[in-house]
Ligand binder design. Structure first.
Ligand code: GDP
Length: 365
């Protein structure tokens, strides 16, 4: 399963956030086969469409979809006391598919900042520089090897060498690989290098309790937003401490609490949805009388693969997928009506599943 790793300097609020994640966590009963790793938090993806489908179909049960956050700090704790962030830290970032970088934007005299003052851009740079240096090492090694082949006019080697030269130049200027521009062909080569600074990233600006309603007034948040804009990265503003409290409330209490705070959606829910998209994940639904359920698939997946997420038999014996888009189904008001209106398509094995598809798979056993 794809996972988003939570990183950040010490004392910025990572553990507090991760606590909120595990507290809010998915109902274990729905996911009996989920891994029980203390550094992995499984979250349910908030999705209005699921509520709407439940109203429409009135099933016995509704099950949201989930995905995982990994607490990298938790894994690495105590693993390395050397200079820099240590190899363990880097190797764990290598294993995640996207990065949520938590940055301290709250002022609190009682909580020490590792650098002595709250400066989110400096904090971001500390970690990003470490990742850039690790990538530079990867690129340099490869560069030396490919250089020889490129001189012998090996076509693939020439193409890769161009990419490596560009990466080398950029990384040496302390730019993360994700801000460099490549053609589509070159992007494939870059992906193959598994660079740390090529992973999709978002920044989590952790603000103080009294600032959640008005984060725009926090100058640190502004700085993070400007920084992120340069990378085309998203910023999610949260107060980790409040999220920890919210995570203990039931749905109704949560709604009231958010209203009191004057916010529409909790920071954690925003973070969950943003991370989900950052990972390139999307949702299709199954909607029967027994169960209405959301399923996570990787964007670009074809129907049989997507069916295989439910059960491998569905993929192996795939025949067709009865498919209606969420919008068409809701507009029609019922599956029967959607069928009458010709909105239900029979899709074959080459169909690329779309976010919001409501699907019913037909398969051979
Ligand atoms: P980590 O080292 O990044 O995991 O940081 P922690 O989550 O342990 O937080 C460090 C300290 O900052 C703890 O005492 C937290 O209670 C506190 N903290 C975390 N988030 C907030 C916040 O939003 N506001 C305030 N005032 N304190 C926070």
């Amino acid at each position: 399963a794809l996972t988003a790793g939570i990183v950040g300097l010490p004392n910025v609020g990572k553990s507090t956030l991760f606590n909120a994640i595990t507290q809010a966590g998915a109902e274990a009963a729905n996911y009996p086969f989920a891994t029980i790793d203390p550094n992995v938090g499984i979250v349910e993806v908030p999705d209005e469409r699921l509520n709407k489908l439940t109203e429409l179909v009135k099933p016995k049960k509704t099950v949201p979809t989930t995905f995982e956050f990994t607490d990298i700090a938790g894994i690495v704790k105590g693993a390395s006391k050397g200079e820099g962030l240590g190899n363990q830290f880097l190797s764990h970032i290598r294993q995640v598919d996207a990065i949520c970088h938590v940055v301290r934007c709250f002022e609190d005299q009682n909580i020490t900042h590792v650098a002595g003052k709250v400066d989110p851009i400096e904090d971001i740079d500390v970690i990003n520089l470490e990742l850039i240096l690790a990538d530079l090492e990867t690129v340099n090694k490869r560069y030396q090897r490919v250089e020889k082949l490129a001189r012998q006019k090996d076509k693939d080697a020439v193409a890769e060498f161009q990419v490596l030269a560009k990466l080398k130049e950029g990384l040496e200027e302390e730019k993360p690989a994700r801000v460099l521009e490549f053609t589509e062909e070159q992007e494939k080569i870059v992906k193959g290098l598994h660079l740390l600074t090529y992973k999709p990233i978002l920044y989590v600006a952790n603000v103080g309790e009294e600032e959640v309603s008005n984060p725009e007034e926090n100058p640190n948040v502004q700085k993070v937003k400007e920084y992120a804009a340069n990378e085309n990265a998203e910023v999610i503003v949260i107060c980790a401490k409040i999220e920890e409290e919210i995570a203990e409330l039931d749905a109704e209490e949560k709604e009231m609490f958010l209203q009191e705070l004057g916010i529409r959606e909790s920071g954690l829910d925003q973070l969950i949805r943003a991370s989900y998209h950052l990972l390139g994940l999307a949702t299709y639904f199954t909607a029967g009388e027994q169960e209405v359920r959301a399923w996570t698939f990787k964007q670009g997946m074809k129907a049989p693969q997507a069916a295989g997420i439910i059960h491998s038999d569905f993929e192996r014996g795939f025949i067709r997928a009865e498919t209606v888009s969420y919008e068409d189904l809701v507009a029609a008001g019922s599956m029967t009506r959607a069928r009458e209106l010709g909105k239900v398509r029979l899709e074959g094995k080459d169909y690329i599943v779309q976010d919001g598809d409501v699907m019913h798979f037909r398969f051979n056993v």
